[in-house]
Ligand binder design. Structure first.
Ligand code: SF4
Length: 157
C-alpha cells in the first residue's frame, strides 16, 4: 500500500499542457464554465462522446467545465446535431435564457455544417444559422479528447 502511495506522489497529475488562457473579451469565464447541453437534432453519437468527456476517464470537470441542468445557470451552450425544424425555436429560446456573457460551442460535424444530414427535409441548418457560434469541435462524432480540448479553450485551464 505504501508503495502505491509513493507511486501516486511520484507520478503527480498527468494531463496535456493547459491551452493559452483565452482572451478575457472572448471567453471571460475566469477558469470555470457552466455548460448546458442542447441536442438540436443529433443521432446521439455526439452525446455518447460528451458523456464520456464528463465521465471518470476524461473528467472534463477537473479543467473547470461543469454540466448544469438549466440555461439560466449556464455560461455556455454545448450544441449537437443539425438543427431540426422542431428544435430551431427551442434553441433560440435556450440561447436567450443564458445570461451574458455567454458562449456557444458547436459539437460535431452536424452542428458545424449539417454533416450527413445536410439537405434533409427536417433540417433548418447548422447551429450557426440559428444562434451565433464561438467555437467548433469537428468530428463525427468528435472524440472525448477533442471535446475536453474545446472546453479547456473556454476555461483556459
Ligand atoms: S456529427 Fe456524427 S455522431 Fe454527431 S450527431 Fe452528427 S452524425 Fe451523429
Amino acid at each position: 500500500m505504501a508503495s502505491l502511495w509513493r507511486k501516486i506522489l511520484r507520478t503527480g497529475r498527468v494531463a496535456e499542457p493547459a491551452p493559452p488562457r483565452p482572451a478575457a473579451e472572448r471567453f471571460p469565464f475566469g477558469g470555470s464554465v457552466q455548460v448546458r447541453h442542447v441536442d438540436a437534432g443529433s443521432c446521439n453519437g455526439c452525446e455518447v462522446e460528451i458523456a464520456s468527456a464528463f465521465g471518470p476517464v476524461y473528467d472534463a470537470e477537473r479543467y473547470g467545465a461543469r454540466l448544469v441542468a438549466s440555461p439560466r445557470h449556464a455560461d455556455a451552450l454545448l450544441v449537437t446535431g443539425a438543427v431540426t425544424r422542431n428544435m430551431a425555436e427551442p434553441l433560440r429560446r435556450t440561447h436567450d435564457a443564458v445570461p451574458g456573457p455567454k458562449a456557444v460551442v458547436a459539437v460535431g460535424d452536424c452542428a458545424r455544417n449539417c454533416g450527413v444530414f445536410a439537405g434533409a427535409y427536417g433540417v433548418v441548418g447548422a447551429v450557426s444559422d440559428v444562434v451565433p457560434v464561438d467555437l467548433e469541435i469537428p468530428g463525427c462524432p468528435p472524440r472525448p479528447e477533442a471535446i475536453v480540448e474545446g472546453l479547456r479553450k473556454l476555461t483556459g485551464r
